[in-house]
Design a protein. Structure first.
Length: 391
């Protein structure tokens, strides 16, 4: 496995990031904001940490909430962001904003989101079904981003379902349109997050497009899983999603594992508590910076979901978990962490317990008549798009 190279071309000279080991934090809605990325980077400097997914149309039409999501910490010298959309012109306009205002150094395009609110409008995992549209989207995105020297990558699933597999064609189309790397979540949209990811598809994709870096995604819960994925599939790197929820130190472990060093044991509960306090404090600072008068309560509400992930695998009991899930202020976290056994260690196998979404299969919702003519360059109209953007 060789390192991933991403180059930002600038008028005063290129800036080259050599990502070695090639490890990427997957964009996750409501999770991979600036505080979480900074926390992960603290444990694993020099990797790629992608901002949560941004809707291109909402950015173009000035949605304030969307604009507020494009926030990077001072310690981020490589600003990575994921965009989604199904209209090539709108996506290009969004990239013009990002590039014209010098907001990012790397753009990843999402063609794998299985959420009904996205696929029912022809976005996310629905796009690869229309090969001409996919080629147009990626081509326009690469061309527009190229004017600002911004590299473009693409992430997608195996397809909508086992009857509608698209990943090999998608990989070829993205490569031919100028993407510098591609990533495969080795599930279909219908599978959602269950059952297990099919790593054999990553190997098949790599064989189909050996001339472009292919990153694998799916079921990496422990650093050893990532090393095994690369060994079994021949992929050029890994994308980490749910495996790092409540475990930002996973990126430290990945660096050690790929370097051939022993991976450290899971931290004690006391060490986890210290990270939790840092995380909630960073969220408070984040919302204050964004100008929210209720920064503390907002941070506490967002942190509730993280508490369950941090406590996964530790013998704390259901009552403690419930109390953490009901916090309303950062001081609640301080009080609760003081009451747990800081010497407790993760139960056997607990560092591999699933975090985040585990449901599936699901019914994938496509636009009416979407499969009737897959050669159509059909895109949603602006009214539909703005209904998704919230304004």
């Amino acid at each position: 496995m060789t390192g991933l190279v991403l180059t930002r071309r600038r008028a005063n000279g290129d800036v080259v990031w050599r990502i070695d080991p090639p490890v990427v934090l997957a964009p996750m809605a409501g999770v991979t904001n600036a505080p979480f990325r900074s926390l992960c980077r603290r444990f694993g400097p020099g990797l790629v940490y992608v901002n949560e997914m941004i809707m291109a149309a909402a950015l173009v039409y000035g949605n304030k909430r969307t604009r507020g999501m494009i926030t990077f910490s001072p310690d981020e010298d490589f600003r990575s962001l994921q965009l989604y959309g199904s209209d090539p012109a709108v996506l290009a306009a969004a990239i013009d904003i990002l590039g014209g205002e010098d907001l990012v150094d790397h753009i990843d395009l999402n063609f794998g989101c299985p959420a009904a609110k996205v696929t029912r409008k022809g976005g996310g995992a629905a796009v690869p079904l229309k090969k001409r549209l996919l080629a147009d989207i990626v081509g326009r995105a690469v061309e527009t981003a190229g004017r600002y020297g911004i590299p473009v990558t693409c992430k997608f699933r195996m397809g909508v379902s086992d009857d509608l597999l698209t990943y090999l064609d998608t990989g070829r189309i993205c490569r031919d349109a100028g993407a510098v790397a591609i990533a495969l979540h080795a599930r279909t949209a219908e599978q959602h997050y269950a059952p297990s990811a099919r790593w054999s598809a990553i190997a098949e994709l790599k064989r189909a497009v050996p001339d472009i870096p292919v990153l694998g995604n799916g079921d990496i819960w422990h650093a050893d899983d990532a090393v095994r994925m690369v060994a079994e599939t021949g992929c050029d790197g890994v994308v980490i999603g749910r495996g790092c929820l409540g475990k930002p130190w996973l990126f430290r472990d990945l660096i050690d594992a790929f370097a051939g060093r022993s991976v450290r044991p899971a931290p004690s509960l006391g060490e986890v508590c210290a990270v939790m306090l840092d995380h909630v404090a960073a969220l408070v600072g984040h919302y204050r910076m964004l100008g929210f008068a209720d920064a503390e309560s907002r941070a506490a509400r967002e942190f509730r979901k993280h508490t369950g992930w941090y406590l996964t695998g530790y013998p704390v009991g259901p009552e403690v978990r419930r109390r953490f899930s009901e916090i309303s202020a950062p001081d609640d976290v301080t009080r609760l962490v003081a009451d747990v056994d800081h010497g407790a260690v993760v139960v056997e196998g607990g560092d591999r317990f699933a975090r985040g979404h585990t449901n599936g299969p699901i019914r994938v919702v496509l636009p009416h008549g979407y499969l009737d003519n897959l050669d159509d360059l059909v895109v949603p109209d602006d009214d539909d798009v703005m209904a998704l953007s919230g304004g």
